[in-house]
Design a protein around this ligand. Structure first.
Ligand SMILES: *Cc1c(COP(=O)(O)O)cnc(C)c1O
Length: 388
C-alpha cells in the first residue's frame, strides 16, 4: 500500500501490510512456507532469519491487523488463547488482575486453572459496576481484562469509562475484541491499551483456520509481547497467516451482513410466542443498546436466546436446526448453533455460570451470511420440532 494514512476501514482491510511481492510482483501475499532464511554472512540477512522470530507472511498479517485496530504493533499467535496468554505472561507472578465476570469459557479456564497456579491473583467482578471495581482493586492490580460484547450473553461495557477508571489507578486495560472485530469497534481509540483476538472467528471468517493476535500502542508492552512471542514460540504458520489475511479483505462486507442477519434473527425470535428472552445488543430492549450504539458501528453476528420450557428443550432445539450446524466456534460465513452450558462455557462452575447469566437453557447462535429467509425458516421449524 502506497501512503495510506487517510484511508478508511474497508480500504485498509484490503491493502494494509500488503505490498506486491518484491521478488515477483504477486499481488496476493505469498505463503512463505519456510522455516529458515539463507544469510550472506552470519550478520547479514534480508530482514528474516528464522520463522519463529519472523516470517514475511506473518508480518503482512500482523501489519494488517495492527492497521485495522488503529494500533502501532501487531503480533500473531497460534490461537486466541495463546494471544491471551501472551498478555498475561507480560505480568509478573504476584500481580493482581481484575477480570470481567462475562468471559469466554476458555479464558476463564486459562485464568483460573493456569495463571492462578502461575502466581497471578485474579478477581472476577461485574465490570459494569465501578464501585465493585473500586472494592476489588488493590495496589498490586496491573491489568483490567474485558470482553465486550461478551460471550455468550452479549453484555456491553463502557470502554471509555473503564479506561479512564483504570488509568487513574495505573492499571492497563485489555479487551478481547473477538466478537465485535475492528470493523465494528476499535477499543484503542477509546483508551484501551491492548486488544486481543481469536482470529479463528470473524477475522479468518471461514471456519478454516485457528489463530490469535495482540495489538497495542503501548511500546513497553509491545516489547514484552514481542519477546514472549519469540521466546515461547506460539506462532501461527505462514499458511494460517495467509488465510487470516484473505479473511480480513472481506471483513467489512461480512460484518455488515452478519449484523443485518443477526438483527433480523433477534427481532424474529423476540416476536416468537415460544421465546422467553433474546440477548442482542441491537435490540432497543437490550440493557446495553445505547452504549453499543455509541461505542460500536454495528451490533455483530451473535444472538443468544432462551426458549420457553425446560433446559431439555434447549438441547432438543440445537439438534433440530438444519442450516445452523451444532458446533463450537463462531464468526464463520456459515451459521452455527451452540449450547454454552455444555459446550463453550462448560469449564465454568455452574454457580459462577448462572451468576454470569448463562442459564442451562441459553442457546448461542452465530448467525452466518446465508439468505436470511432460509435462516428464519430453519429456526422456525426447529422451534416447532423441539416442542417434544
Ligand atoms: C474463541 C474465543 C477465544 C479463544 O480463541 P481460540 O482461537 O479458540 O484459541 C477467545 N475469546 C473469545 C471471545 C472467543 O470467542
Amino acid at each position: 500500500m502506497k501512503g495510506g494514512r487517510d484511508l478508511r476501514f474497508s480500504t485498509i482491510a484490503i491493502h494494509a501490510g500488503q505490498e506486491p511481492d518484491p521478488a515477483t510482483g504477486a499481488i496476493a501475499t505469498p505463503i512463505y512456507q519456510t522455516s529458515t532464511f539463507v544469510k550472506e554472512a552470519p550478520d547479514r540477512h534480508k530482514g528474516y532469519e528464522y520463522s519463529r522470530t519472523g516470517n514475511p507472511t506473518r508480518h503482512a498479517m500482523e501489519a494488517n491487523l495492527a492497521a485495522l485496530e488503529g494500533g502501532r504493533s501487531g503480533f500473531g499467535f497460534s490461537s486466541g488463547v495463546a494471544a491471551i496468554s501472551a498478555v498475561l505472561q507480560a505480568l509478573d507472578p504476584g500481580d493482581h488482575v481484575l477480570c470481567s465476570r462475562d468471559l469466554y469459557g476458555g479464558s476463564y479456564r486459562l485464568f483460573t486453572k493456569f495463571f492462578a497456579r502461575w502466581g497471578l491473583n485474579i478477581s472476577f467482578v461485574d465490570a459494569g459496576d465501578l464501585h465493585a471495581l473500586d472494592a476489588a482493586a488493590t495496589k498490586k492490580t496491573k491489568l483490567l481484562w474485558l470482553e465486550t460484547p461478551s460471550n455468550p450473553t452479549l453484555r456491553i461495557l463502557d470502554l471509555r469509562a473503564l479506561s479512564d477508571w483504570a488509568h487513574a489507578r495505573k492499571i492497563l486495560v485489555a479487551v478481547d475484541n473477538t466478537f465485535a472485530t475492528p470493523a465494528l469497534q476499535r477499543p484503542l481509540g477509546l483508551g484501551v491499551d491492548v486488544v486481543v483476538h481469536s482470529t479463528t472467528k470473524y477475522l479468518g471468517g471461514h471456519s478454516d483456520v485457528l489463530g490469535g493476535a495482540v495489538v497495542t500502542d503501548d511500546a513497553e508492552l509491545a516489547a514484552k509481547i514481542s519477546s514472549i512471542q519469540k521466546t515461547l514460540g506460539a506462532v501461527p504458520g505462514p499458511m494460517d497467516c495467509f488465510l487470516v489475511l484473505r479473511g480480513t479483505k472481506t471483513l467489512a462486507l461480512r460484518m455488515e451482513r452478519h449484523s443485518s442477519n443477526a438483527l433480523a434473527v433477534a427481532k424474529h425470535l423476540l416476536a416468537h410466542a415460544e421465546t422467553l428472552t433474546v440477548h442482542y445488543p441491537g435490540l432497543p430492549s437490550h440493557p446495553g443498546y445505547d452504549l453499543a450504539k455509541a461505542q460500536m458501528s454495528g451490533f455483530g453476528g451473535v444472538v443468544a436466546v432462551e426458549l420457553k420450557g425446560s433446559a431439555q428443550r434447549a438441547t432438543r432445539f440445537v439438534t433440530r436446526t438444519k442450516l445452523f450446524a451444532l458446533a463450537d466456534s463462531l464468526g464463520g460465513v456459515e451459521s452455527l448453533i451452540g449450547h454454552p452450558a455444555t459446550m463453550s462455557h462448560a469449564s465454568i462452575p455452574r454457580e459462577e455460570r448462572l451468576r454470569a447469566g448463562i442459564t442451562d437453557g441459553l442457546i448461542r447462535l452465530s448467525v452466518g451470511i446465508e439468505d436470511i429467509q432460509d435462516l428464519l425458516a430453519d429456526l422456525d421449524q426447529a422451534i416447532l420440532a423441539s416442542l417434544n
